[in-house]
Design a protein around this ligand. Structure first.
Ligand code: EPZ
Length: 417
């Protein structure tokens, strides 16, 4: 198991290019199964979750080639519709293959997906929607076997704007008879990116990014090349690193409009932010103020994936910050690890109360999930002394060599395998 050794107390500086978005690249790669023609995906980040997705594509009989950050997938000669459990369990986004396989072949056999341990993460909304589209579902021996020669367009109201369920309905409806309308769809930018990719293949999706999305079934889809959007959570990660170390950094290849829900938090904490086109400059004196109350919400609210990072920032901000985690029921496990570093955080069900301290102390801490790992690494950057972050494999799921990017802007951090 790899670990990071982080030296605290160094200012950061310089410029950094933001990686392609993990949570956009994953559904887009799964969607190549539905397209059935050669696709080239650019700006695809080098992540273990991406590698797991490429393994699933190969297990289905797709031709897959990676050249740097470009991945070509040709699913035209795909020959299987069952995904091995070992691959399904590697990550949450494997469930998105359900809609893609049904759309392309009329059948799929999957087990419940894996993913970071941040809650139960049921798939009831996915299965509810598939049945509304006319998919026959049989759950036996831990597998979900799906059959539907051609989905029937339907009006589907999601009881929660689930990102994954919205993506699955879009994929399963690509070739439906008639039109599918999703009410209370997720509005995340990753949904817009997926729709843009699919429309570039000839799909007819409208309203992506809004609460009502319409998919008009088509008979054929076509080859395409597509460039994945920047990763807004990675951008927030480096912004937090600069904020807590009193640094001045320039981020390139960002999509500032995706960051709107978090920009005001950084400005409220005392950071100065300048945005131009696809670049963002953050300047921090290091003396941060509490940002009051943070509530994680579906987009365009404050993103749950930035919650751990903001907790790190709050732990060294003057005053008290209240964080309410409304999306996942087990996403505060980094609080106890931050307390090992001298933070003053108390957790009460879905509320965390963070009383800022002057400085954190380096310590040995454990990452329990992807974003918690990033948050603990950032905490090490501003702590006094050395911090060891265990379970770095969680971080590798979502960050392209986090330690190299941080070193590039002046941090002293090394990976010990
Ligand atoms: C996506 O997960 C992201 N993952 C998550 O990012 C992100 O935190 C989440 O959306 C919310 O923005 C990917 O895109 C691969 P949801 P997803 O379905 O699709 C409940 C990261 O760190 N729910 O919107 O799984 C669910 O339990 C990861 O990059 C049901 O109850 O999120 C959760 O409480 C972590 N039934 C809430 O909805 C369902 O059928 C939001 O889940 C589906 C979801």
């Amino acid at each position: 198991m790899s670990r990071f050794i982080v030296e605290g107390g160094r200012r950061l500086g310089g410029r950094l290019k933001i990686q392609g978005a993990k949570n956009s690249a994953l559904p887009i790669l799964a969607a190549t199964v539905a397209v059935g023609r050669p696709c080239v995906i650019h700006n695809c980040p080098m992540l273990t979750d991406i590698e797991a997705t490429l393994s699933i594509l190969k297990s289905l009989g797709c031709e897959v080639h990676r050249s740097g950050n470009s991945v070509s997938v040709d699913s035209s000669r795909m020959s299987f519709t069952e995904i091995p459990d070992s691959l399904m369990r590697e990550m949450r986004s494997s469930i998105i293959f359900l809609g893609a396989l049904i759309s392309r072949t009329g059948e799929a056999s999957v087990c419940a997906p894996g993913g970071c341990d941040i809650g139960m993460r049921p798939i009831d909304l996915h299965l509810f929607a598939m049945e509304k589209l006319g998919v026959n579902l049989v759950e036996e021996h831990g597998h979900i076997k799906c059959r539907c020669q051609k989905t029937t367009g339907a009006k589907i109201t999601l009881s929660f704007p689930s990102v994954g369920a919205t993506e699955n309905v879009i994929l399963a409806s690509l070739r439906c008879s008639g039109t599918t309308t999703i009410i209370n769809a997720a509005r995340e930018p990753e949904i817009v990116d997926l729709a843009r990719f699919l429309n570039s293949c000839g799909a007819r999706i409208s309203g992506a990014g809004e609460s009502t999305v319409t998919i008009e079934g088509v008979d054929r889809l076509f080859p395409t090349q597509y460039t994945v959007m920047p990763d807004r959570i990675a951008a927030c990660t480096y912004m937090t690193a600069a904020a807590v170390t009193g640094s001045d950094i320039l981020l390139e290849d960002v999509a500032p409009h995706h960051l709107a829900p978090i920009l005001q938090c950084f400005e409220q904490s005392g950071c100065r932010i300048n945005v131009s086109a696809n670049r963002l400059r953050l300047t921090s004196s290091g003396g941060l103020r509490s940002i009051g109350t943070i509530r994680t919400m579906p987009y365009p609210g404050f993103p749950t994936d930035c919650q751990a990072l903001i907790m790190t920032m709050a732990s060294v901000s003057e005053g008290t910050t209240v964080i309410c985690e409304n999306i996942f029921e087990n996403r505060f496990r980094h609080a106890s690890e931050l307390n090992r570093m001298g933070a003053n955080i108390s957790v009460h069900d879905k509320i965390a109360i963070v009383n800022g301290v002057r400085r954190l102390q380096g310590a040995s801490v454990c990452a329990h999930d992807l974003r918690a790992g990033a948050a603990l690494t950032v905490a090490g950057l501003c702590a006094e002394g050395t911090t060891t972050v265990e379970n770095v494999h969680f971080i590798d799921r979502g960050y392209e060599a986090l330690e190299k990017s941080l070193t590039f802007i002046g941090a002293k951090i090394k990976r010990i395998d």
